[in-house]
Design a protein around this ligand. Structure first.
Ligand SMILES: *Cc1c(COP(=O)(O)O)cnc(C)c1O
Length: 233
């Protein structure tokens, strides 16, 4: 078996076991394969084993890969930091954007979304650990931003995403995800029709599933570790 096939199967097993262990319905968690630094060949291998949703962080790296794979009908998720002068390519080539954290970016994505395409699916990135170095809207400003983004045409506000401070302790991992779930519930109580919690990566997907993840973004556990210079944002 190809390593990617094995590792993908292992990730599916981890997801299924976590769903069962934490009382989540089977199949309620969707896997996005995070393919930053991965070759087109690696993406094709994952696709051969049933993976069709992929997440990319860097536009410059993503665009040639997306073009090369254009005929494949994959679903592309933009999960990296957004520079507002780069929104046109994101609006044109992606199906989802997980890292919207300000109104201006949402407005530009809306204006630049080609009219023949479906509305662009949006998650708001929340700075849940309140670290200065991390992008994301702070919790105090989330409700206002969510209300504004929900009104913007050609965008479909689906939910929230966060990149918490890294921890190897399971309970520590759960805490920021629980806090994000709480914010998500409050937005739903306000009447926003959110269905997506984009939380969990290779090292903390069980904690994320325990706290309600509907979508996990996994790279290393499928494709192996990345070259050092391409660190996580
Ligand atoms: C790289 C990355 C991932 C995947 O991380 P792994 O630890 O390799 O699974 C998920 N989300 C974002 C935003 C990323 O940048």
């Amino acid at each position: 078996m190809a390593p990617i096939e094995q590792q993908l199967a292992q990730v599916h097993t981890r997801i299924a076991q976590a769903e069962q262990r934490f009382g989540r319905p089977a199949g309620s968690v969707t896997l996005i394969a995070a393919t930053k630094t991965c070759s087109v060949a690696a993406i094709r291998t994952a696709a051969a084993y049933g993976q069709h949703a992929f997440g990319e962080n860097y536009l410059q790296e993503a665009l040639p890969k997306i073009r090369e794979l254009e005929s494949e009908n994959f679903q592309w998720h933009f999960i990296g930091p957004i520079q507002s002068n780069k929104t046109r390519d994101i609006a044109t080539h992606f199906d989802w954007v997980h890292s919207v954290d300000r109104l201006k970016v949402a407005q530009r994505l809306s204006q630049q979304r080609p009219p023949e395409l479906e509305p662009l699916n949006i998650c708001l990135q929340v700075n849940i650990s309140n670290e200065d170095s991390k992008s994301g809207v702070i919790p105090e400003e989330l409700a206002k931003l969510a209300r504004e983004v929900a009104e913007i045409p050609r965008l479909s506000l689906r939910g929230l995403m966060t990149l918490p401070a890294i921890s190897s302790d399971f309970e520590e991992q759960r805490r920021p995800f629980r806090a994000l779930h709480q914010l998500w519930s409050e937005l739903r109580q306000m009447g926003l029709e959110l269905d997506t919690l984009s939380i969990g990566m290779s090292d903390d997907l069980e904690a994320a599933i325990a706290e309600g993840a509907t979508l996990v973004r996994v790279g290393t556990a499928i494709f192996g570790s990345r070259p050092q210079k391409n660190l996580k944002p």
